[in-house]
Design a protein around this ligand. Sequence first.
Ligand SMILES: Nc1ncnc2c1ncn2[C@@H]1O[C@H](COP(=O)(O)OP(=O)(O)OP(=O)(O)O)[C@@H](O)[C@H]1O
Ligand SMILES: [Mg+2]
Length: 333
Amino acid sequence: MIEVKNLTKKFGDFVAVDNISFKVKKGEIFGLLGPNGAGKSTIIRMLSTLARPTSGTATVGNYDITKNDGEVRSLIGLVSEKMILYDLLTAKENLWFFGKLFNLSKEVLLRRIDELLDLVQLSEWKNSQVGTFSTGMRQRMNVIRALLNMPEVLFLDEPTLGLDPQSSVEIREFIRKLNRENKTTILLTTHMMVEADMICDRIAIIDCGKIVALDTSSNLKKSISGVDTTMLKIGIKNLTQDLIKSMRTLKCVESVTQENSTYIKVHAHGEEAFDAIIDSIRTKKGKINSIENLQPTLEDVFLHITGHEVRDKADQKIPLERHRGFMPKNRVR
Ligand SMILES: Nc1ncnc2c1ncn2[C@@H]1O[C@H](COP(=O)(O)OP(=O)(O)OP(=O)(O)O)[C@@H](O)[C@H]1O
Ligand SMILES: [Mg+2]
């Protein structure tokens, strides 16, 4: 349903999307998972014909995104990062306005508005101004706004961003339902590992504009959990930075992540890894409270492949303004 070949997007000298290729099958939920600034929204913007690629090609439903942009638009629904709703209009008026942009007839549109509001349990608020809605209600509106034309392909850019756990679960259940019942092909972006894990059939992990891994969640996890791999969560009563530093120097240790003042997560390889880790704690006079053998998570896969955690980039390397499109020209990567 979607075929992307060597797609690249540059802003000046800066390469936001770097020669990526992937295919999404009809009826699949495909996730683009990556930290802030990885290039996820730029990919969605290109595929939904809002931005032109610098090079490379892509088709959506066999239509070329640059040559047949009109056809592509009639096939797709887009839930972008920003909520596109008018606060002073009611739920019904908002949907009416956007439905009219799709040239839907009055009859079809009125029926669809009722069905969609019902689907996300907003029928009661049909005649209330959207400005009075909670964030969760607004996001549900934002999602159904993109479904008015019954799209075969739905692009969802961070569909649960800023929602509380309850609303996030509701949106995820809705996405699954839509996919199951209407066979809608869904391409979603997220920086939440758990979200990608829960709803995506396959996941492309994106870092610095490149796809660094692409597979099902379980295969991605398997790829780092060979017989040779050890993943431990260790509670140490008197945890120090010195102890962590010394553990990182062990040949068998690939990464040590500090979770809080007591717990560390250690990813290591080799038959001797377990003994070497315990020995290094004892050498630094660490008092072990607990040891748990962990199954790898998608976060571990990301860390393993990129050498840094997802939040590393989001919190430290890329200041907030850059996420909003205010990109300094001399970006250092
Ligand atoms: N119009 C633009 N002009 C200049 N730089 C841009 C523009 N749009 C995006 N960028 C830059 O391209 C990079 C990728 O941005 P993009 O918004 O695609 O990332 P993202 O993965 O969606 O991040 P987030 O998780 O924060 O939404 C960022 O460094 C961003 O600042
Ligand atoms: Mg984005």
